[in-house]
Unconditional design. Structure first.
Ligand code: SF4
Length: 209
């Protein structure tokens, strides 16, 4: 497994926000979002044998692993990794950009999917592997990072079509006002969650926290 870093922290965003997790940040991404805060994953990295990684995970106290990137689904051993983690009783939250097929992930009990739907401001609009939407389970969700009105309207058209089928979260991009987004959601009477990025409120844009 090609890794950028491993660290203990609190889940900073999404439906499982606030839960202590052990973060496995993998290397490489197939997308290039304009506001990416993990560009350091695009190159370099340390090759860690899967067996070493699982030994490491057996020694941690957290019940949750956040499997993130980059794009973790690019890792050759991604599925095996999640199977091994869940087989020893850990929950795995997979944070994915959504552009790769998740059919094998939804077969693994104990996995939870945080799937981005890339908004226009990312420059990667349209990268979604659309079949994934029909695969998501009750505890999975999709997440839109909202930077401006255009992003909001893009999410809105999706919400109208999908709100009864998948759980939808909106998150302001770093620097976008949370209150502005909350007021839009209330005004439009949307049945979605709005969440900030807790880790950035706590630690700013520092790595490894
Ligand atoms: S998918 Fe994530 S890691 Fe990849 S470019 Fe976009 S924000 Fe960065």
């Amino acid at each position: 497994m090609l890794l950028t870093e491993r660290f203990h922290s609190i889940q900073g965003e999404g439906k499982y926000i606030g839960i202590p997790m052990y973060f496995i940040r993998t290397n490489r991404c197939n997308l290039r979002c304009k506001w990416c805060d993990s560009t350091y994953t695009f190159s370099g990295g340390e090759e860690v044998p899967l067996s070493d990684l699982i030994s490491d995970i057996k020694s941690i106290s957290e019940d949750w692993i956040c499997f993130t990137g980059g794009e973790p689904m690019l890792q050759r051993e991604a599925i095996e990794f999640m199977e091994e983690c869940t087989s020893i009783g850990k929950n795995v939250l997979l944070e994915t950009g959504g552009s790769l097929n998740l059919a094998k992930v939804v077969q693994i009990k104990g996995t939870y999917i945080d799937m981005d739907i890339k908004t226009p401001s990312s420059g990667e609009q349209g990268s979604l592997y659309k079949e994934n939407l029909t695969l998501l389970r009750e505890n999975d969700y999709v997440k839109f990072v909202i930077s401006d009105e255009t992003d909001y309207n893009y999410a809105l058209s999706f919400i109208k079509q999908w709100e009864s089928k998948v759980e939808i979260l909106l998150q302001p991009s770093w620097g976008t006002e949370l209150k502005w987004l909350v007021e839009k959601v209330l005004e439009d009477k949307l049945n979605v969650r709005v969440l900030p990025q807790l880790h950035k409120i706590l630690w700013g844009t520092r790595r490894g926290v």
